[in-house]
Design a protein around this ligand. Structure first.
Ligand SMILES: C[S@@+](CC[C@H](N)C(=O)[O-])C[C@H]1O[C@@H](n2cnc3c(N)ncnc32)[C@H](O)[C@@H]1O
Length: 396
């Protein structure tokens, strides 16, 4: 393909990604993969170049653009070499007309920036979209951190994460045979800090209420040395059904899964009411802390979608609290930097539940900043995804 043809292809893919973002359709990665399958004539170099162009545009443009071309033109304005390829050649984009619309660039729409936690100042905005490193977490059931150091000598320790090992973004760690053997998982440091913050111990009964594919469930199993009973729940069958296979690989034998029907969670967890020593509520959220990996999430967030997340979070934190035994703990977490999903959600919970208290001092030194009754982690301050977490103790 010519460089101009690659640009036109990227524009067409961006059209599909923008439409899916508006309509809540497939994620950008899935659309890209499908688009490449449909263009068998594209070689591997073409594919790499098109993918890089698409993601450069997504990172540059602050919200879902009206067209892929308007989005590409916003990038071309900052890159004369790219603008020069709008030359009308065969399969390439048409020449740029006077006054053609451009998508707006920036970290996010102003209305969305206004929702950031007050700790996230303008000086942190660029880091929200910078490329993330690849963090590994050793699985204590099968290996030790020293094994990661031997397997990937190019890596480095992660401050405050004794099981973590940080690699450059491109590293194909999951292709290593040790991954298939369950020695480690790919897991951002923020998730490692959150899993450790649950302070789970061998012999405890633990509920991971929003377990998804089980990333943090497996971290908890590792931290407890496979010596605690963990019930992993979710309403999403496709995600939850990944967990038994992953648990088997990890040698985590004490994880049970329970698929919940939306709206029937309370009844389906009646046998766990007031029984859990630890409950993890890793609630569904905007994902605004993960734009480094999924920059297209900021194209997807609408006020209506945010309201839906806020309602779900309030419901899930209350549901989780009902499962906690007297004196037990609940960890509420969201991969978000939006104050209403983090500190405000926990303040509302504490108002609704007199007797519950917020813990302090459960993060490693230097990690996180106090944000209301919880803590905020950000890429700029903590080198990990943006994350809010709060550990709460139930009255005895
Ligand atoms: C942030 S994700 C969890 C990620 C997961 N803990 C991990 O570490 O990979 C939030 C999860 O909450 C689930 N969820 C949404 N509504 C739920 C509900 N009512 N009950 C339980 N899980 C729910 C979603 O399906 C999603 O998998």
């Amino acid at each position: 393909m010519t460089p101009a043809a690659r640009i036109q292809t990227a524009i067409e893919i961006l059209d599909a990604i923008a439409a899916a973002a508006r309509e809540g359709g497939a994620p950008a990665d899935a659309i890209l993969a499908e688009a490449m399958r449909a263009r068998r004539y594209a070689g591997s170099k073409d594919r790499r170049a098109i993918r890089a162009l698409v993601y450069d545009v997504i990172r540059a443009v602050r919200s879902a653009p009206e067209s892929g071309r308007a989005a590409m033109l916003a990038l071309a304005d900052a890159q004369p070499g790219l603008a020069a390829l709008f030359d009308g050649s065969a399969y390439g984009p048409a020449p740029i007309a006077a006054d053609e619309p451009r998508a707006q660039t920036g970290v996010a729409a102003e209305a969305l920036i206004d929702l950031f936690d007050p700790l996230v100042g303008e000086e942190e905005h660029d880091s929200l979209l910078a490329r993330a490193p690849l963090d590994l977490r050793v699985n204590r059931i099968k290996a030790g951190r020293a094994d990661l150091e031997t397997l990937f000598p190019e890596g480095a320790p992660i401050p405050g994460a004794p099981d973590g090992w940080r690699l450059p973004p491109e590293t194909a760690a999951a292709q290593h045979p040790a991954y298939a053997e369950g020695a480690f998982e790919v897991q951002d440091a923020a998730s490692q800090y959150a899993s450790a913050a649950l302070a789970a111990a061998p012999g405890q009964a633990i509920v991971d209420l929003c377990a998804g594919g089980g990333g943090k469930t497996l971290a908890i199993a590792s931290l407890t040395g496979n010596a605690a009973d963990i019930l992993a729940c979710d309403t999403n069958r496709a995600r939850l059904q990944q967990l038994p296979r992953r648990a088997e690989r990890a040698g985590a034998t004490r994880i049970a899964t329970r698929l919940l029907n939306p709206g029937q969670e309370v009844a389906m967890l009646a046998d766990w009411q007031g029984r859990a020593d630890r409950v993890f509520v890793d609630a569904p959220c905007s994902g605004s802390g993960t734009w480094r990996r999924s920059p297209e999430l900021r194209w997807r967030l609408t006020p209506a979608r945010l309201d839906r997340h806020l309602g779900d979070q309030a419901k899930l934190i209350d549901l989780g609290a009902d499962l906690v035994a007297p004196g037990g703990k609940l960890l509420y977490a969201v991969c978000s930097i939006i104050a209403r999903e983090g500190r405000a959600q926990v303040a509302d919970f504490l108002n609704r539940h007199p007797g519950w208290t917020a813990d302090a001092d459960y993060l490693p030194g230097g990690v996180g900043r106090a944000a209301g009754a919880g803590f905020l982690l950000t890429p700029a301050h903590d080198g990990c995804d943006g994350f809010f977490l709060a550990r709460l103790t139930s009255p005895c």
